[in-house]
Structures are given as structure tokens and as C-alpha cells.
Design a protein. Structure first.
Length: 234
């Protein structure tokens, strides 16, 4: 663990391109950003402004092409696969596209989120998974298959799966979009509490007012550039 004074995430002059030749297009321009431990940072901006690209670069899901990303004290630019794997184990991801395994129950899906962290005994893994499912309001759905859960409930299982390993950093892309008012608020409350109690740092793409109200900082992207960066008083 880096000392608390070291930011868990620091990007410096980050540029990113997609495609080759004629189709080559720059998606991020000179992005520089430091994120404080335990904070909730929201990324906003129009569709195509580079939010997902930035989130996946910070979260070791995409190779850094140009510039620097320091994550939990390690440089990602040029990092080898072993380091990236080790770092990913300390992260939690909630992406809309991250589907649940249809043949596994809610609890078994959440247990999958623990298996990347090594081998907990099965009963302890079950207990941890049940606990987090209770926290996201699914204590009465532990043994349901995804087919028997609503869209919002499935999204909460995905949130529980991201949180169960007690990650140092959570990366989330529109995690509350499919949630009703109350479960959206529960998820945000939970993330805020993890920040306070465990120092968990969260970077989240969202336009959800329930989240914006609770954010410590709102960073706005436009055409691949940071055009706004506002600390909020929470
Ligand atoms: P946002 O999440 O803000 O909607 P993205 O980060 O997904 O924006 O995309 C930023 C830019 O990069 C857009 O112009 C998009 O078309 C382009 N882009 C994103 N992913 C890819 C990809 N895999 N291949 C080619 N272009 C991409
Ligand atoms: Mg996106």
C-alpha cells in the first residue's frame, strides 16, 4: 500500500488513439488527473467524449500508449502482464456490459468476484457474498438465477461482485443507470461508506443526479479533453 499521501491514481499527459492509418483517431488529449484516496470522483461528458476510454486506461483494462498512469504506486505505461494481473486483483469493476453468468445464482456470481483474490474457503466466500448482497438490498434473492432478477437487481449483483473483494479502487461505468431511485441511492451510499471506512477510492462515469449530489469531485470531458474539474462540498 502506498502511504495515504500518495494518490491512488495519477494520470499525466495521457493521450490515446484508436484505429490505424486513415482511420486513426485520437480519443484522449493530454489528460492529467490526480485522484485522492477514499474519494468519489465522477466523470461526466457527452457520448464519445472519452469517459470509458479514460476509465479503462486508469483501470488497467487498456494498454497505456502515451503518457503516464500511476495506479496504487505503480506505473502502468510499459507494465508487464504479471504486474497488471496483481493490480487488477485490487480493483473492482462495474460495467454495464459486464454480464452475469446465467447458470449461476446471485450468490455464486458474487463468489466469482472473490475467486480472483485467491482461495477463500467456500463457506467464508459464501458468507462474504451473502453479506454484500444484503448490503445492496438483495438479501432475499441470494439463490435466484439472473433470469429471475430484474435489470436493476442484476446490476446490483454486479455491484456486489465488484465490492466483495474489498478493492482499493472501484471503477464504474454508469452503474446506477438501470436502478430504481432507492437502489441507486443505496449503491451510492455504500460506495461513500466504503470510502470513509476503508479508504476505497471510486471513479465513476455517470450523469445520475443522485451520484452527482454525493460526489467529492466532478470531472468533465469533452472531445477527449478535461474541460471542467470541480470539487464539491460533501
Ligand atoms: P464515452 O465513454 O465518453 O462515450 P468513449 O471513450 O467510448 O466515449 O469513446 C471516445 C472516442 O473513441 C469516440 O470517438 C469513440 O468513437 C472512440 N472509440 C472508443 N472505443 C473505440 C474502439 N474500440 N475503436 C475505435 N474507436 C473507439
Ligand atoms: Mg462510455
Amino acid at each position: 500500500m502506498p502511504p495515504d499521501s500518495d494518490p491512488p491514481i495519477a494520470a499525466h499527459d495521457l493521450n490515446h488513439w484508436f484505429g490505424t492509418g486513415e482511420a486513426r483517431k485520437q480519443a484522449l488529449f493530454d489528460v492529467t488527473l490526480k485522484v485522492k484516496r477514499g474519494s468519489l470522483t465522477v466523470l461526466m461528458g457527452p457520448s464519445g467524449s472519452g469517459k470509458t476510454t479514460l476509465l479503462t486506461l486508469l483501470g488497467c483494462l487498456r494498454e497505456v500508449q502515451d503518457g503516464s498512469v500511476q495506479l496504487l504506486g505503480h506505473e502502468l505505461h510499459g507494465a508487464n502482464g504479471a504486474l497488471l494481473t496483481t493490480l487488477r486483483r485490487r480493483l473492482g469493476f462495474v460495467f454495464q456490459a459486464h454480464n452475469l453468468h446465467n447458470s449461476l445464482t446471485a450468490r455464486q456470481n458474487v463468489v466469482m468476484g472473490l475467486q480472483v483474490h485467491g482461495n477463500l474457503p467456500a463457506d467464508q466466500a459464501d458468507t462474504a457474498a451473502s453479506h454484500v448482497l444484503h448490503l445492496v438490498g438483495l438479501g432475499d434473492r441470494l439463490d435466484y438465477l439472473p433470469a429471475n432478477l430484474s435489470g436493476g437487481q442484476k446490476q446490483r449483483v454486479a455491484v456486489a461482485r465488484a465490492l466483495v473483494g474489498n478493492p482499493d479502487v472501484i471503477f464504474a461505468d454508469e452503474p446506477t443507470a438501470a436502478l430504481d431511485r432507492e437502489s441507486g441511492a443505496n449503491v451510492v451510499d455504500l460506495i461513500k461508506r466504503l470510502g470513509r471506512e476503508r479508504g476505497t477510492t471510486t471513479v465513476m462515469v455517470t450523469h445520475d443526479n443522485r451520484v452527482l449530489d454525493q460526489a467529492d469531485r466532478i470531472v468533465t470531458l469533452e472531445d477527449g479533453r478535461i474541460v471542467g474539474d470541480r470539487q464539491t462540498n460533501t
